[in-house]
Structures are given as structure tokens and as C-alpha cells.
Design a protein. Structure first.
Length: 116
């Protein structure tokens, strides 16, 4: 039984879901904003917030933890050298979700996830 097991499955198995999240996290850190479905944006937002909070610490251990979830050296470098220092004086709320309406092909609710 799944008592209290949180998290959206998004219609994917665990490996596919993990790869999707990693891809979205790399994209948001690299480009500062992405357009995706509302469900994916809602799932990714807390992970983005945690990574930015980690980047504010900027220790060797923090970089290792970030690399575990991103697995791209260039993205980790950008996270710790440009994105993290941008939010040193801010205590949370580093990203926002803006709804942009339905997608033409399948009417899926779309959203923009961007760093504030």
C-alpha cells in the first residue's frame, strides 16, 4: 500500500520520470525559464528551489549533492557561479509558475516556469 507516498507519476515509469526531471532541471538552470505542462512545472518547482538553496551554500559537499541530481558539470558550474549568488539575500521563492493556456495539439495546460 502507498500510505502517504507523495509525488506525481506523470504516466511514466521510475527511470523515465527520473530522466525527465533531470532534463527539466538542467533546462531551467541553463536557460532561466522553460515552457512545459503545468503538471510537470508543479513537480519540478520544489526541486529547483532546493537546488538554488543548495547553491547558496557553495561548499564541496553541496556541489556533489547538486551533481547527483543534475549530472552535468557545466550546469552545476552555472548553478553555483551565477544562479546561486543571485539569490544570496533572498530566503526562498526563487521561481514562479505562469499559466499560458492550453497547447494546440492536445489541449494540455501549459505553463512557464521561470527563475525570479
Amino acid at each position: 500500500m502507498r500510505h502517504g507516498r507523495a509525488g506525481k507519476k506523470l504516466g511514466r515509469n521510475s527511470g523515465h520520470r527520473k530522466a525527465l526531471f533531470r532534463s527539466l532541471l538542467n533546462a531551467i538552470i541553463s536557460h532561466d525559464r522553460i515552457e512545459t505542462t503545468l503538471a510537470k512545472a508543479k513537480v519540478i518547482k520544489p526541486q529547483v528551489e532546493k537546488l538554488i538553496t543548495l547553491a547558496k551554500r557553495d561548499s564541496f559537499h553541496a556541489r556533489g549533492l547538486a551533481f547527483q541530481s543534475l549530472q552535468k558539470k557545466g550546469t552545476v558550474k552555472r548553478l553555483f557561479e551565477t544562479v546561486g549568488p543571485r539569490y544570496l539575500d533572498k530566503a526562498g521563492g526563487y521561481s514562479r509558475i505562469i499559466k499560458v493556456g492550453p497547447r494546440l495539439g492536445d489541449a494540455a495546460e501549459m505553463a512557464i516556469l521561470e527563475l525570479v
